[in-house]
Design a protein. Structure first.
Length: 183
């Protein structure tokens, strides 16, 4: 393959996961599909974990973060509410629409705090921008998103179809909303 890039490797890895219906695609399978040696993958990724984190992160960005749109003419508090609801809804939809990639994301991102923080940085940035915090470390945004962990972490996925899902979301919102401005 003349011009092998990280982007191409990530796309082919995701395609294999979808074709096989299994998030446990091996590096040998991936290399064979790309027409390269197993070792050639290491020119683009430090190790297997690095590759699968990149695949999961690209999927998360495209499938969840990039799906969120909010009316920017709304007041900041309403924008944030809409953004958070869109985020948890996109995560829930991703779980139902693509269980293989959701499983990969869970294994390599959600169960790895450092990788999770990296992947969620764009989400933190969105929250920070909406509220105008200008917080370089996104600490307040991270805290806000953490309050909604029951709607985003895979350990809670079995509760995402409960009839009271939106009601529980609104309860968490009412709990944090008063502290947004003073936070």
């Amino acid at each position: 393959m003349a011009q092998l890039t990280r982007t191409k490797i990530i796309a082919v890895a995701e395609k294999l996961i979808m074709q096989t219906g299994n998030a446990a695609v091996t590096l040998d399978q991936l290399a064979q599909e790309l027409g390269i040696t197993h070792a050639a993958l290491y020119k683009h990724f430090q190790n297997k974990r690095d590759l699968w984190e990149a695949v999961a992160a690209a999927w998360f960005q495209r499938t969840i973060i990039n799906q969120i749109t909010v009316d920017t003419t709304l007041p900041p508090e309403q924008q944030l509410h809409a953004w958070l609801w869109a985020f948890v809804t996109a995560k829930k939809q991703a779980y139902h629409a693509n269980p293989q990639m959701f499983t990969l994301n869970t294994r390599y991102i959600d169960n790895n705090p450092a990788a999770l923080r990296t992947v969620l940085t764009s989400a933190y940035r969105s929250i920070d921008d909406i509220l105008g915090y200008h917080d370089a470390n996104f600490e307040r945004a991270e805290t806000i998103l953490a309050a909604f962990s029951a709607f985003t972490l895979p350990n809670f996925k079995d509760s995402w179809n409960s009839p009271d899902y939106q009601h529980r979301f609104e309860l968490v919102w009412r709990l944090i909303a008063p502290g947004l401005a003073s936070f």
